[in-house]
Design a protein around this ligand. Structure first.
Ligand SMILES: [Zn+2]
Length: 261
């Protein structure tokens, strides 16, 4: 764009701003009012848990403190894994979480996140706090976003739901598995390959050892986006386009679980 056009656009923008939203413009150019179909998630709060925190490795005392992970003690958190090129899991989890949040907000949801920064100066929160978080914020559900570290030839995503263990997951185990299944189906439909090493082709895993899942009072699933040590999975996680593919699929899974597709 040349300078003259830029100036003209700038002037027009200034006039539009000065005269208010659409005053003086033809009605066909006025923005349409939000409606239910454009905002299918209006009225809902959704919690996102971006796994780990970039600074965890620098705070070993804090992240190794033992917390109640659902009737047993476990380390507050871990450092997470990384790609062979050194891109940390915390960063990929953060980037995909932000992409998911942007999409959910556009659809009218209120989104709350267990951490609001990705910083080497920060650690945590601990898994007990992550688990309690969605219930404390009135969320309908929580999706915890991680990426795995396995041997290089293993690849693909899997989704983890909490095992039924009274009293911790008595009410959440069943709906969480339904949520995990919807997320699995949406990721599969989006063309993300299923895990070749967890879940025997189902890309689903039910576990009892994860505080984030055990401590939640609302339906919760944890997604392992792929194997960071696998070149093809790592390529998807470290490009904007790849992360958009994950985010679109996660949002589709959340919507179908909620019946708001
Ligand atoms: Zn992780």
């Amino acid at each position: 764009m040349n300078k003259m056009i830029n100036a003209a656009v700038g002037a027009l923008l200034a006039i539009t701003l000065a005269t208010g939203s659409s005053a003086g413009m033809p009605s066909s150019a006025a923005p349409s009012a939000p409606n239910a179909s454009a905002r299918p998630l209006a009225g809902l709060t959704i919690a996102i848990d971006p796994g780990h925190q970039l600074g965890n490795a620098r705070f070993p005392r804090q992240i190794n403190q033992l917390v109640d992970a659902g009737g047993f003690k476990k380390a507050c958190n871990t450092t997470g894994t990384a790609t062979n090129a050194g891109v940390p899991e915390a960063t990929v989890a953060w980037q995909v979480s932000r992409a998911v949040r942007a999409r959910l907000v556009r659809m009218g949801a209120k989104v709350v996140m267990t951490r609001n920064a990705n910083s080497r100066h920060l650690w945590g929160p601990c898994v007990d706090k992550r688990g309690a978080f969605p219930g404390q914020h009135g969320a309908a559900l929580m999706v915890s976003i991680h990426a795995d570290g396995s041997s290089a030839r293993n690849r693909g995503f899997h989704v983890i739901a909490p095992q039924k263990r009274a009293p911790w997951t008595t009410t959440t185990a069943k709906p969480s598995l339904r949520l995990a299944t919807q997320l699995r189906d949406a990721l599969t439909s989006a063309g993300v390959p299923r895990s070749t090493y967890v879940g025997s082709g189902t890309a689903l895993s039910v576990r009892s050892d994860l505080g984030t899942l055990n401590r939640s009072v609302v339906p919760v699933s944890m997604i392992e986006l792929g194997n960071m040590r696998n070149a093809s999975d790592a390529a998807k996680m470290t490009t904007r386009r790849g992360r958009a593919q994950y985010a679109d699929a996660i949002v589709a899974g959340v919507r179908s679980y909620l019946g708001r597709s």
